[in-house]
Design a protein around this ligand. Structure first.
Ligand SMILES: C[S@@+](CC[C@H](N)C(=O)[O-])C[C@H]1O[C@@H](n2cnc3c(N)ncnc32)[C@H](O)[C@@H]1O
Length: 361
């Protein structure tokens, strides 16, 4: 079973994900330039097939798909299949509503056809050698399966942030190992599936939240989540065992980890050439607004909305049903917002966005 059921639906993710769009944006020019190098269409080719994986409710995915299609249209009039994939539990109704607002297509170029696919990006999604362009943004950091190992003294498979210490919060290198292995294995499966699906010369842009030598995207967000849960444990509102069992099922990779399968596994090394590999400290809209206004309450509100959009489904699924009925979820996010407003320095957030552009050989 996938480790997440997806984002908070009903338009909530769309309304609280400017940060993810900002993190993807810097890498789109790589793909736009690479599209000029796609092999010329074969005699029998009737379309360009583009797949985005982890599209969620679609606002950001449609924006990036429009950019990809516009780049294709500079070179060719062939019809385009715009395919959007996510986990079967995703809010696909919202995705289709976003694709056709007011009955007009949101993908504005002519001769573009849309379809959605339910399935994990760590497995096969389309028939062999049918894709020309594949993209994924802010998605493949979620584990395929929740690792069976416990991490009793933190909520994330990562060393806790030294800038936000708390007594009892700790992770040992030995505890981290199974998570690192699972993240590596997931990525090997992701690349193997795309190697089968892409045509020779096809392009794969992989972007995801990650870490560099200075910061991790997981810090700040998981520190405040951990602090709020521990506050509830200390106030006897949550059992200690809940904190010990709870894990936010994401892994924040370095660029080295993103490239490792291609560099280490002979079948993948012969399937892909790495054209670009980089990390950036992406602009974060709620931080920029805070820098302008100094309004810490507004910052805490936007930060909480951003965090809630991708953590609430996981948190709600892990909480005992009777506590969910008592609106504990709302209370936890209220606590998070309060902690953020009171301690902006402790929960500083940096979006380290990592990416690779690959060509299928
Ligand atoms: C943070 S959202 C990103 C949405 C959009 N790509 C963006 O950049 O704003 C992550 C999405 O990835 C999806 N996801 C997580 N694991 C996945 C998997 N194994 N296969 C496909 N989608 C997955 C989630 O359901 C969620 O909709």
């Amino acid at each position: 079973m996938p480790a997440t059921t997806g984002m908070k639906g009903g338009g909530y993710y769309d309304a609280n994900s400017r940060e993810q769009r900002s993190a993807s944006d810097s890498f789109l020019p790589w793909l736009e330039a690479a599209i000029a190098d796609l092999p010329a269409p074969t005699e029998s080719q009737s379309s360009w097939n583009v797949l985005d994986m982890g599209s969620s409710e679609g606002a950001n995915a449609i924006y990036t798909m429009n950019r990809v299609v516009a780049a294709l249209r500079q070179h060719t009039d062939l019809p385009v299949w715009a395919l959007f994939d996510d986990l079967p539990t995703n809010d696909f109704n919202q995705l289709f509503l976003n694709l056709f607002p007011d009955q007009t297509p949101a993908l504005t170029a002519p001769d573009v056809y849309t379809a959605a696919i339910g399935g994990s990006a760590f497995g096969r999604l389309v028939p062999p050698r049918t894709l020309h362009v594949a993209t994924t943004f802010n998605a493949i950091g979620f584990f395929e399966n929740k690792p069976q190992t416990q991490l009793p003294h933190f909520v994330l498979a990562m060393q806790p942030n030294p800038r936000a210490p708390r007594e009892g919060v700790a992770v040992t290198p030995e505890e981290l190992q199974p998570f690192q292995q699972q993240a590596h294995q997931d990525l090997c499966e992701f690349y193997s599936a795309r190697a089968a699906e892409l045509v020779p010369g096809g392009k794969l842009l992989v972007q995801v939240f990650g870490r560099n030598e200075n910061h991790s995207t997981g810090h700040g967000i998981c520190d405040v989540l951990s602090d709020a849960l521990l506050d509830f444990v200390e106030a006897d509102l949550l059992p200690q065992t809940f904190y010990e069992d709870f894990l936010f099922p994401a892994y924040y990779r370095s660029t080295q980890e993103l490239a490792a399968p291609i560099e280490q596994i002979p079948e993948l090394a012969s399937a892909f050439r790495i054209e670009h590999l980089a990390d950036i400290n992406a602009p974060v809209p709620f931080n920029d607004e805070f820098a302008r206004s100094g309004d810490r309450k507004a910052w805490a509100k936007s930060y909480t909305g951003f965090l809630r959009a991708f953590t609430e489904p996981v948190l709600a699924a892990a909480l005992p049903a009777e506590l969910v009925a008592e609106q504990i979820v709302d209370k936890i996010y209220q606590r998070i917002e309060q902690l953020l407003a009171d301690n902006p320095e402790r929960y500083e957030f940096h979006f380290i966005s990592i990416a690779a552009l690959l060509t299928r050989l």
